[in-house]
Design a protein around this ligand. Sequence first.
Ligand code: AMP
Length: 256
Amino acid sequence: MSKPENIVETRKLRAKKNESEIWEELTHHGLLLINPEINRAIVKKTLRGLKKFEQSLKEKILQRFKPEDGHILIMGVPGAGKTTQGKHLAEILEIPFISTGEMLREEVEKETALGLEAKSYMDKGELAPDELVIKMVEKRLDGEKMCIVDGFPRNKTQVDNNPDFARRAIALNLRDEVAVERLSVRKDENGDTRDDDKPEVIRDRVAKYHKTTEPIIQLYREKDALTEVDQEKDDKDWMVFANLIAKMIAEEAELM
Ligand code: AMP
């Protein structure tokens, strides 16, 4: 979009009487949200009111995402922001956020048999045995129709075990060098560095992601069930999120 058009768009937005109309307009023009030239102050102001419009936003998303349709996967290299974005989305949709990495770390912490078995793989940045992870996921998702799932399926065996596991995948795109940089300074909620965030392990995890997990993204692309977001376009989590939901709504509308 050219600059003059943007100014017109911005004026049009300003002329809207209330914030919910602005939100309607922004959602309608979904991709306006990711145009770097749009007046960000207006977008920001609008999004600050996001909570207020949660109901209408929820209705819009829920029109497209029916609980019985299945899970939504969130994918991307380690450090791409899957937890942050996945949790925002789960909150808006009022559905659970499930992370296999988090589940496994809890098992390790509690020193369960499953945790003890998975730990040696996790510390090296390798995938835990498929059978163990598949069983753990099936148990956790038993009775759940729609969750945001981070970390599963992670390879061909896991996909083949249930090819219709998810109705849509989200890919958060980030260059490897930025991911490695982010992970090497990442701290958990206790301020500790994760064992698998050591530089030598990070590189292995990123390489493993490209080799075994990335091909899964292509499967969803072929099914027209992939939403891709460029993590580096915006430096703020809320902008990435706004972009993500606008794209999801727009892409699902195209399929209807
Ligand atoms: P994450 O927090 O998603 O990076 O996961 C941390 C670690 O948990 C990974 O490096 C693997 O060792 C293990 N893990 C998580 N999800 C899976 C999975 N679906 N299959 C096998 N191992 C997994």
